[in-house]
Structure formats: C-alpha cells, structure tokens
Design a protein around this ligand. Structure first.
Ligand code: PAF
Length: 285
C-alpha cells in the first residue's frame, strides 16, 4: 500500500509542520513545482532526498510568471494525480496554496534580477523571471528549507535563482537536477502533454539537432554557423519557428564565440502552439 502524502494550503500550516520537523532535528528540502508532475519532477524529489530527510513539494501554478496570451489558463492542474505519483517517492508533504494565499490583496512587491535574467527567455518573455524570482523567494522564505532543487531543463531559470539567492543572502543550498529525457529523447516537460502524436515525433528531433550542434562545435565549426545550421535543421524537421539556439557561458549565459571553456547550448523552438525548451552541455575537449 502506498502512503498518502499530506497536503497543507496555508503558509501558517506549512510553518507549523516545518517547526515540528526542526524540533525533531530533521533537515528540510523543497522541490518547487507547478504540478502536472512527470518523471523529471519525481527525479528531483529523489535527488534532494540525498540531502534532506523531510521533503516539501510545492504545487502552485504561479500567475505572475505567465505573460499576456501565454498558457496560464490551460496549464494542466492535476493535484490528485500529482499526489498519487508522489506517494512512491520520499516526499513528506505537499504545499498547495491558492493564489490568494500567495498574493493577498494589496500585494505589491517583486524580485527583479538584472543581467542574467534579461537575456534569452527574459528578452522574449518580459516579466517572466520577475514572476519566477518573486514566487521562489516567497516559497524559500515560507518553508525556510536547508536545500531546494530546480531542474536543469529550465537552465536559465536555475541560473537566475542561483543569482538572487546569492545576492540576497538567502540561507539555502540550491541544487540543480539533471535534465531528464523521455525514451525518444525529448526533454521531460509538463507542456509535452499539449503535443499531438505527430508534433511529438517532430519534437523528438530537438535533442538530435542539439547533439549535432554539440559535435560540430567540439570539432571546431564556427559557433554562429553551428547555431544557424541547428535552426535550419529544426525548421526542416517540422518546427514552426525557432526562438533561439544560443551557445553560451554556462554561468553568465553570455554568448560565446569560441569553445575556450565548457559551454551550454540553450534553445527554444515552437511546434503547433507549444514552446519547447531544451539545453545541453558542450564540454571543451
Ligand atoms: O519551474 C517551475 O515549475 C516554476 O517556474 C517554479 C520554479 C516552480 C516557479 O513557479
């Protein structure tokens, strides 16, 4: 029989549970999510269990990180299924506040991270990282965990979170969770559920295009040329458009002209109405 994961919905109830754990001497980990859990999320829960013996999974579809015309309304909300999936993991508690609990009437603050959050996703989705940084700051201050984990699938998000946690001296360790791929190579994402079977076949070529780019860059192809060829490969595979394919420094996310250090390729391409993100390490030979 699988255990049933308790859920709390208020900040006060969350703090009461955490206080009890602290009194018993437990370490606490936080896995922030927007629900619609897939095996990428479950791998984060398992990874953080190496560092924390009590684990909170937050489920909150955060309205402030969605822009006008984005998929906030249709984002999958599957709390019952999510809690069932968590029952087979080391998760201890679900924190599932509603929007009023997170943003009560009169709420007027935001966390804005300069530099790193203004490029790539930040340039294309104005305000997105303010929404992420604000909600993640709140979750960290509400739960006060020893450690929190975020998937490397949203690589820029992880870099932005590391930046403000360091800048604001928030006393928490930030772990990056390895990007998990489906059997066909597509990066695991809650938004994959939007894809039709046919779109899904095209989507599986994303990973192939990034692998090819990686090999080319490692073999000395000019980086701009390799990025251009990857865009062309995605379009001819059936993607509708490519927002960017960018080879960048893995920490600052500044564009690189030469592979003079380890790098990361970050890419976003669209298929149907779905925006897919992927990224890959490019190690210097
Ligand atoms: O990656 C996500 O699911 C969200 O951006 C996060 C970190 C839970 C903040 O809402």
């Amino acid at each position: 029989m699988s255990k049933s994961i308790p859920v709390v919905r208020s900040v006060q109830a969350l703090r009461n549970v955490v206080k009890g754990w602290r009194e018993e001497g437990h370490s606490v980990g936080l896995v922030p999510t927007m629900g619609a859990l897939h095996h990428g999320h479950l791998s984060l829960v398992r990874a953080i269990a190496e560092k924390a013996d009590r684990i909170i999974v937050s489920i909150f579809v955060n309205p402030t990180q969605f822009g006008e015309g984005e998929d906030f309304d249709k984002y999958p909300r599957t709390e019952t299924e999510d809690r069932k999936k968590l029952a087979s993991t080391p998760a201890s508690l679900v924190f599932a506040p509603n929007a009023r609990e997170m943003y009560p009437s009169g709420f007027a603050s935001k966390v804005n991270v300069g530099g790193i959050s203004e490029r790539l996703e930040g340039a294309l989705r104005p305000g997105h990282f303010d929404g992420v940084a604000t909600v993640v700051s709140k979750l960290l201050l509400q739960a006060m965990p020893d450690v929190a984990i975020f998937g490397e699938k949203d690589y820029q998000q992880l870099a932005v979170i590391r930046r403000f946690v360091s800048d604001l001296n928030i006393p928490v360790e930030i772990m990056g969770g390895t990007l998990i791929r489906e059997a066909d190579g597509l990066a695991a994402s809650s938004r994959n559920a939007y894809l039709t079977d046919q779109e899904r076949q095209v989507a599986a070529t994303f990973n192939i295009a990034l692998n090819e780019l990686t090999a080319k860059v490692q073999n000395g192809t000019d980086i701009r040329q390799a990025e251009k060829e990857a865009c062309e490969a995605l379009l001819s595979a059936g993607f509708l458009s490519v927002d960017y394919v960018a080879v960048v420094d893995p920490e600052s996310l500044e564009p690189l002209d030469r592979l003079d250090r380890n790098a990361r390729v970050l890419a976003v391409a669209r298929i149907g109405g779905v925006r897919l993100l992927d990224n890959m390490a490019i190690n210097k030979a």
